[in-house]
Design a protein around this ligand. Structure first.
Ligand code: FMN
Length: 213
């Protein structure tokens, strides 16, 4: 049996870490390999395991990826800002702006890749394609957290996926799924996020009522 308190704490407190990434402390490649070793225990459609994990710790390459990310972040995050925003939205946007500024300086970036391109958006294809890597990505994030490191699932550099692929030598028939900035965290106390009651979003046996947010 597992220690439920510990596993529940891990699951409830693995947050998107941006401001508390320690940019000064190097991340050992061996730790990243350990986390990938755990991540690849995740399920894949047909047990395909058609993934590759790109670790980037070369300063010039990180800086160039940071620049690609920033190009999209400037446009995208700015478009989200409104005069009247909840405190939580303001906090997330401020934190996302901060990450965009420092992304090129994180100790390591991990780019999980999957072979193929999303051929069509039929429900089976789309679910199988991304469903065969995102569970592993989340396991990787959990493995980092349990070792005192943190990350944040990011997608904005994908607006310039081709440029990133050229920079990294990624073949045309491979899809980059996200970019994970990885660092040790400053402190390791993280709190569960506020989420609504699951009873409101869970139905038994049959869909209930209209979508009410
Ligand atoms: C599909 C996906 C894409 C995301 N893309 C970005 C991103 O490009 N940049 C970023 O700073 N955060 C990104 N996030 C992180 C979310 O903003 C974050 O998960 C959300 O604010 C909830 O915070 P929490 O993970 O701490 O609960 C992404 C998350 C997901 C699942």
């Amino acid at each position: 049996m597992f220690d439920l308190d510990e596993t529940d704490r891990l699951l409830a407190t693995t947050r998107s870490v941006r401001r508390r990434l320690d940019l000064e402390r190097p991340v050992e490649r061996e730790v990243l390999l350990d986390c990938i070793r755990l991540a690849v225990q995740a399920p894949t459609g047909g047990n395909a395991q058609t993934w590759r994990w790109l670790i980037v710790d070369d300063p010039d390459t990180k800086a160039q990826l940071g620049e690609l990310y920033q190009r999209m972040a400037g446009r995208y995050l700015g478009s989200y800002r409104r005069d009247a925003m909840s405190d939580q939205t303001t906090r997330v946007l401020d934190s996302a702006d901060f990450l965009a500024e420092v992304l090129g300086q994180v100790p390591a970036m991990v780019i999980p890749c999957i072979r193929g391109r999303l051929a069509d958006t039929s429900p089976v294809s789309a679910a199988s394609f991304y469903g065969s890597i995102i569970p592993a990505v989340w396991s990787f994030q959990l493995a980092l957290r349990s070792r005192g490191l943190g990350t944040c699932f990011t997608t904005l550099h994908l607006a310039h996926e081709t440029e990133a692929a050229e920079l990294l030598g990624v073949p045309d028939d491979v899809t980059q799924v996200c970019l994970l900035p990885v660092a040790y965290t400053k402190g390791d106390e993280f709190s569960p996020a506020e989420r609504g009651p699951v009873e409101r979003i869970t139905y038994f046996d049959r869909w209930k009522g209209r979508w009410d947010r």
